[in-house]
Design a protein around this ligand. Structure first.
Ligand code: S3P
Length: 429
């Protein structure tokens, strides 16, 4: 894909629905009793991986446009006759591991080349502690992993990486475990599972303490089918917010965007940098806060720091935030983001390397980077490492750079935002 500079953006856009919520709506619908209806469901490569896995476990799922109907299995799944493929999706592999740990049958989860290199022990170890038998490559750290579930017992687990995938897997297992399952996190990670479980009639207790957050639930509770509405994904909206903030003129209205406080770190940082952002019509749907977001161009951005405790609320937006930092006045720093090294690609490496090829001075740390902002970026050949968020972040960089930018692989945007390039064309003037 060849990309050249645009001067302005305009209009309004409803970016695709939230990926995290779309995965969870399917999974909760499948474990519940009764028929769940999910509207505005995101159909992307990652969420379709979850859908196919649930079907292989005997769940009846039908789609009519962007509405999905799920016939709940009430945790009575059937042994799959083949390996379950989570493809590129960490959320699928980890959350489904939690569900499978409650089933007495045998199952194997695998993934694509990238997912097979990502760590699984973070979820395998606590699930073993709860009583599941799990084995796999590198003692269970790498896919494929084989799971034989059991009668589980609740545990108290310290989630030191503040991973929402780990927390969610344990809560899904905990619902079928004896006693209380408790997850303690240093910083609250995205809390969609807790919110959606409540929507499905489950009692989940959350306690905010100075030392961290506690989330707990009692096993044996029934999960009741519900109506779920999926709002627009703030991680997808971030690319358009950044683009609008970086072009010379224009304004853009992003509709129906999720503004959950565990996901709004990018918005807060962009405002701190000086971007003009307004939240309009703040409302709540399916227990999640939503707003229309109006962004205006023309402000001079200034450097910011991202502290370790701020990372969970903007983890997936760091590549696009780095692009904004590259055009902000001063030196911006991100620390405490080591997790980025084990995402769909090593995102610290990918950001540092691609910004450098656009002529930006960047220092790389094990857990982040420092970016020296400058007046202009120069077009370059971008390596995406088949990572959707790297492809989209550097496409935005290409749209505000001098000269031509070439993105080596754009297919990967299928993971979260299949029509990304169409929408870029619609808003670019
Ligand atoms: C996700 C949690 C985050 C995030 C990922 C989606 C989720 O990962 O980066 O894109 O839906 O729970 P971690 O749980 O590993 O932090």
């Amino acid at each position: 894909m060849q990309i050249t500079k645009v001067k302005s953006v305009g209009g309004s856009l409803r970016v695709p629905s939230d990926k995290s919520i779309s995965h969870r709506a399917l999974i909760l619908g499948a474990i519940a009793s009764g028929r769940t209806r999910v509207s505005k469901w995101l159909s992307s490569a990652d969420t379709r991986a979850t859908l196919e896995v649930l079907r292989k476990l005997g769940t009846e799922i039908t789609q009519e446009g962007d509405t999905v109907l799920i016939e709940g299995k009430d945790y009575r799944f059937t042994e799959p006759s083949d390996v379950l493929d989570a493809r590129n999706s960490g959320t699928t592999a980890r959350l489904i591991s939690g569900v499978l740990s409650t089933q007495s049958f045998f199952s194997v989860i695998t993934g694509d080349e990238s997912l097979k290199e990502r760590p699984m022990l973070r979820v395998v170890e606590p699930l073993r502690q709860m009583g599941a038998s799990i084995d796999g490559r590198e003692k269970g750290n790498k896919l494929p992993i084989a799971i034989r579930g059991a009668r589980l017992k609740g545990i108290s687990f310290f989630n030191k990486r503040a991973s929402a995938q780990v927390k969610s897997a344990l809560l899904l297992a905990g619902l079928r475990a004896e006693g209380i399952t408790e997850v303690v996190e240093p910083t609250l990670s995205r809390d969609h599972t807790e919110r959606m479980l409540r929507l499905f009639g489950v009692q989940v207790e959350t306690i905010a303490q100075e030392k961290g957050h506690i989330v707990k639930l009692r096993g044996g509770q029934r999960v009741h089918a519900a109506e779920v509405f999926c709002p627009a994904d703030p991680s997808s909206a971030a690319f358009f917010i950044a683009l609008t903030a970086l072009v010379e003129e224009g304004e853009l209205l992003l509709k129906e965007v999720l503004i959950n406080p565990t996901r709004d770190g990018f918005l807060r940082k962009a405002m701190e940098m000086g971007a003009h952002i307004e939240m309009l019509e703040v409302r709540e749907t399916s227990m999640e806060p939503v707003a229309d977001i109006l962004v205006r161009s023309g402000s001079r951005l200034k450097a910011v720091e991202v502290r370790p405790d701020e990372v969970p609320s903007l983890i997936d937006e760091i590549p696009i935030l780095a692009v904004m930092m590259a055009k902000a006045e001063g030196v911006s720093v991100v620390r405490g983001a080591k997790e980025l090294r084990v995402k769909e690609s090593d995102r610290i490496r990918a950001v540092v390397e691609n910004l450098r090829s656009m002529g930006v001075k960047v220092e790389e740390f094990e857990d982040g980077f420092a970016v020296e902002g400058q007046e202009s970026l120069k077009g370059a050949k971008i390596r995406t490492y088949s990572d959707h968020r790297i492809a989209m972040a550097f496409s935005v960089a290409g749209l505000v750079a001098e000269g031509e930018t070439i993105i080596d692989d754009i297919k990967c945007v299928q993971i979260s935002y299949p029509d990304f390039y169409r929408d870029l064309t619609i808003v670019s003037l």
